[in-house]
Design a protein around this ligand. Sequence first.
Ligand SMILES: Nc1ncnc2c1ncn2[C@@H]1O[C@H](COP(=O)(O)OP(=O)(O)OP(=O)(O)O)[C@@H](O)[C@H]1O
Ligand SMILES: [Mg+2]
Length: 250
Amino acid sequence: MLLETRNVTKKFGALVAVNDVSVQVAQGTLHSIIGPNGAGKTTFFNLLSGNLKPTTGQIIYKGEDITRLPIHKTAHRGIGRSFQITNLFPSLTVLENVRLAAQAMGRDSFRFFTANRRLTQYTERAMTVIEQVGLKGEALQLARTLPHGAQRKLELAMILAPDPELLLLDEPTAGMASEQVPELMALIRNIQEAGNKTIMLVEHNMNVVMAVSDKITVMHQGAVLAEGMPSEIAANETVQTAYLGGLYKL
Ligand SMILES: Nc1ncnc2c1ncn2[C@@H]1O[C@H](COP(=O)(O)OP(=O)(O)OP(=O)(O)O)[C@@H](O)[C@H]1O
Ligand SMILES: [Mg+2]
């Protein structure tokens, strides 16, 4: 297991946003978290990345307790999470944005180099991931001039820049035109397989989830409702009744 949560609970006052959640995420897998609006998916990611602290429970990453680590420390340990769109610098180029992500969140493997040499290394790293997400032609374009689909790719490049081992992707296809979704998902799957990375994905598009996931955890009102392979989730009656039934024809 790369990541494990043990009875993680997060309360906001009287509201239990994440309720006693224990999940195990195997190294190298694509593990999706699904559930209706307000189920606690984003809050759960915020707990994993260190944006929020659990009220109770433990988070174990690579055998170490990271429950109370702040976000910059989880980043240095290799957990990458999506940047909010506001973390993008609209007046900087694609390259500058990705280079900043590499520098700011990086594990600083270049710290032995001189400042100039480091900048070159960060630029090279940025260009590598920009190419990987298919934005090479737009590298010198200002971020704000990118169409929406390309901005989502830029976000992905920014998560990838520091070379995380675990990627937390919260609705990476949100707002995308449906014909662009398969391309982004193929890209994500490719990143996982080629880089031997572990990906946790929150996604509302059930066709996507069923197609790409190795394992699915279904959340409902903060708690885990079901867990299993896509075929098991699709066949699960509780899930169908509580959640998928009306929304998605399995
Ligand atoms: N900072 C906060 N303070 C108070 N309540 C919060 C906070 N963040 C989230 N919540 C509440 O916690 C619950 C879970 O929210 P969360 O955003 O984690 O759901 P979600 O599964 O990501 O939903 P969606 O699919 O709409 O993104 C909701 O009732 C939400 O209103
Ligand atoms: Mg959410």
